[in-house]
Write a protein that binds this ligand. Sequence first.
Ligand code: IPM
Ligand code: MG
Length: 377
Amino acid sequence: MIYELAALPGDGIGPEVTTQARKVLNKAAQKLGFTIKWRDFPFGAAYYLAQGHVLPKGALDDIGSCQALLLGAVGDPRVPPGPLERELLLALRFHFDQYLNIRPAKSFPNVPLPRPLGPGEKLDIVVVRENTEDFYMGLGGLLGPQKTNHEIAATRKLYQFKASLTATLDPELNGTFSVGLLTEPAIRRIAKKAYSLAVARGDKIVHVATKANALPDFYGYWDRITRQEAENFPEIKAIHINVDNLCYQLPRDPNGFGVILCPNLFGDIVSDLVSALAGGLGLAASGNLGDGLAMFEPVHGSAPDIAGTGKANPLAAILSGALLLESLNLKAAANLVERAVVGYLAEGRNLPRELGGPATVERVGELVLAQMDQYEP
Ligand code: IPM
Ligand code: MG
C-alpha cells in the first residue's frame, strides 16, 4: 500500500521538527510494510516574501490530492502577524473543512509537570476544539466617526454567510469590530465528536467551555445546542463551565478533566494551558480533521528564536505524525511511534534540550528511531 502524504514544513523550527517526524513515519512504514510517498510544499514566509502571495492558484487542490498533510509551523518575524496565519494555516483548516481540532495533553515519563501528580493521578486531557467558526471567522472592519458600510462574507463547506452592516461611532472615535459566528450544524457535529470520543475513552464527563454569562446570546446558543446533543449520549454528563473558571480550575487540580469541548477561540487558549500542565508545548500534538483532507501539526508554532540552534524538540511533530497514521487507520504504526516516544523518554537519558537534556533536534529523532527497533510492531 502506498500513501501519498503532503509535507508543509513551513517556518522557523517547522522544517527541523518535520524532518525528524518524517524519518520516524518512514521507519514505521518500513516496519509495517507500507510505503509513504512524500510531496513537499514550500509555502510559508520565504515563499510569501519571494512571490508576494501566500498560496499560488490551485495549491489547495494540489495538497488536497494527498491523503493527509503534515504541517510544521507558520509564522516569521519578517512577516507581520496575519497573512501567513490566515491565508495558509486557517485557509487550510477552512478549505478542507477540518472542523475537529483535537489536542491531547498527556503526561509522559521524565517530563516534569508544573503541578506534580499525586499517587494514582493521571493527566490525560483532550481538548476538542471547534475549528471553523467563532471569532476565527475573521469578519469585521474598521470603524470611524463617519458612517461606514460593511459587506461581510465568508464561505464554509456548510454554508455561505453574508451580512451588511452600517456603522457609526459617535462622538468622533475610531475603532474596529469583529463578527463571530456559531451555527447549529457546526456546533452539533463538533459536540457529537467530543461526546463520542469520551464514550470511546470510557469517560463519564465532558466539560464544555462556555462564556454564556457574558455573551448569553452567543455562547448561550452554544450551550443550548451542545446540551441537546448530549441527550443522545446517555452515558455522558456534559458539564458547562465558564472558560475563565475552567482556566482557574485546571492548574489547581487537573484531576477529573478528560475531554474538554471548546469553541474555536477558547480552544486555542485552553489547549496551550493544558499542554503546559502536561509538561510543555514540546510534546503537544494536534490533528485537524473533517470529512476531507486531515492535517497534523505540533501546537508549538514556529519558535523563530531557536530555529537552527538544535534546541527544538521534535516530539510534538513526531506525535502529530502518530495521529496522522491513526487517521489513516494505520493503528499499529501509530502505536509503534507512540511507544517509541514513551520508551525514549522513559530511559531518561539524552533528553531534548527543552527538557534539560543534551539532545539536539536531530539526535532526538535518531533516539526515537533506535527505540523503534526494540518494539515488535
Ligand atoms: C494554533 C495557533 C493558531 C491558532 C495561530 C497560529 C493562527 O495558535 O494552532 O493554536 O490560533 O489556531
Ligand atoms: Mg494556539
